[in-house]
Design a protein around this ligand. Structure first.
Ligand SMILES: Cc1ncc(COP(=O)(O)O)c(C=O)c1O
Length: 375
């Protein structure tokens, strides 16, 4: 099927760009000997897991369901971190995951023996209390009062028996300079215990596949840590795996004017791209400009009841009209995994654009998908 014939709304993953990202990540593993896992929370389109598995070492999960998905669909290394595990899920998690990361010594004491019985490698998430980002407190695990990771004050070296790894995740869409500073803080605060470990997980938030990212600095940091402490370094990026590797194709349903020109689309920021409202950010839109740059500026908005269901203001060469198709870019990550059916909005179809340009619909959703979640 041709791109122009896809139904809308539709997420389309660009296999060529996905492969480009995976080649970059694989080159980091081959230059350094580190291991890279897909953080499924960002991108769980398992139709492409076999391809991702050709390049990466496995998956990491935030809970039982992602752990099951990683085991079933990729079947390579399977790691998990959760701030708190459920009693009734833990044994299944331990049978699915080779590596389990605990968020506190209390969780380690509660579940450690059950993890060891299943031969899991046990790790602890540490919090170096070193923020490298401003203005996005909800994405900063090092913000004061954070529940994520053990701070130096709460670290209890006397309980490390059987602990094989440490894990930190503190970055969000950052370059390697932020990682280097963070690693320095980790060494200052947790250095005495690093050599006791078999592995150190640098978490996600590394924008490795973004043009201009300093890959050489990342690689030398990984090599230095591995050599100094004799640990296996893991990275678990989500965004970097599918960065700029997806679109959300949508149709203009209606236009109207209220001091400004407005176009109502068949997609919703609240339902289909919630990060646009949460971050917030303005998603790239093909063939458009900043407001005022081209002759016709429109506010693009969703059809839900939420007054703030606004994607952003964009300008075009010609006025928008019902039936026009618009294509948002960078829509593979934190989109499908976060969408919802608020207002009874249909979920976008999921399609793959293959390397020869042809598109294939992988899944379409309907009324039953909406209804089945509600009672
Ligand atoms: C523990 C952990 N690992 C990995 C990731 C993936 O981060 P990103 O998609 O920014 O690379 C996250 C994101 O929140 C995370 O919380």
């Amino acid at each position: 099927m041709k791109f122009e014939h896809l139904p809308t709304p539709c997420y389309v993953v660009d296999q060529k760009q996905l492969r480009r990202n995976l080649e970059i990540l694989e080159s980091v593993t081959s230059h350094t000997g580190c291991r890279i896992l897909l953080a499924q929370k960002a991108f769980s389109m398992y139709a492409v897991y076999p391809m991702i598995g050709e390049y990466l070492n496995g998956t990491t999960a935030s809970g039982l369901y992602e752990a099951k998905l990683g085991a079933e669909e990729m079947g390579k290394e399977n790691h998990i971190f959760s701030p708190a595990y459920r009693e009734d899920e833990f044994d299944e998690i331990a049978s699915l995951c080779g590596h389990i990361v605990f968020n506190s010594f209390s969780q380690l004491e509660r579940f450690g023996a059950r993890a060891r019985e299943k031969d899991c490698s046990i790790g602890l998430r540490i919090n170096p209390e070193f923020s490298t980002q401003e203005g996005h407190e909800i994405y900063d695990p090092c913000a004061p009062g954070s529940r994520l990771g053990i701070t130096p004050a709460n670290f209890r070296p006397e309980l490390l028996d059987g602990v094989e790894g440490l894990h930190f995740h503190t970055l969000c869409e950052q370059d390697s300079d932020a990682l280097l500073d963070t690693v320095k803080a980790v060494e200052e605060k947790f250095g005495p215990w690093l050599s006791q470990m078999k592995w150190l997980n640098f978490g996600g938030g590394h924008h490795i596949t973004r043009p201009g990212y300093d890959i050489a600095a990342l690689e030398s940091c990984i090599k230095r840590i591995q050599e100094t402490y004799q640990v296996q370094v893991y990275l678990e990026p989500g965004e970097a795996v599918a960065l700029n590797a997806g679109y959300l194709v949508t149709t203009v349903l209606e236009t109207l004017q209220n001091e400004i020109q407005i176009a109502i689309l068949d997609t919703s920021a609240a339902c289909h791209m919630p990060d646009v409202l949460e971050m917030p950010y303005r998603p790239p839109l093909l063939h458009s400009g900043e407001p005022g740059k081209k002759p016709c500026t429109f506010r693009l908005a969703g059809p839900t009841c939420l007054a703030g269901d606004v994607i952003g203001d964009y300008s075009f060469d010609a006025p928008l009209k019902p039936g026009d198709r618009l294509v948002f870019a960078d829509m593979a990550i934190y989109s499908m995994v976060k969408n919802n059916t608020f207002n009874g909005m249909a979920l976008p179809a999921i399609a793959l654009q293959e390397e020869n340009g042809d598109c294939r619909i992988i899944h379409e959703f309907g009324y039953e998908d909406f209804k089945n979640r509600l009672s």
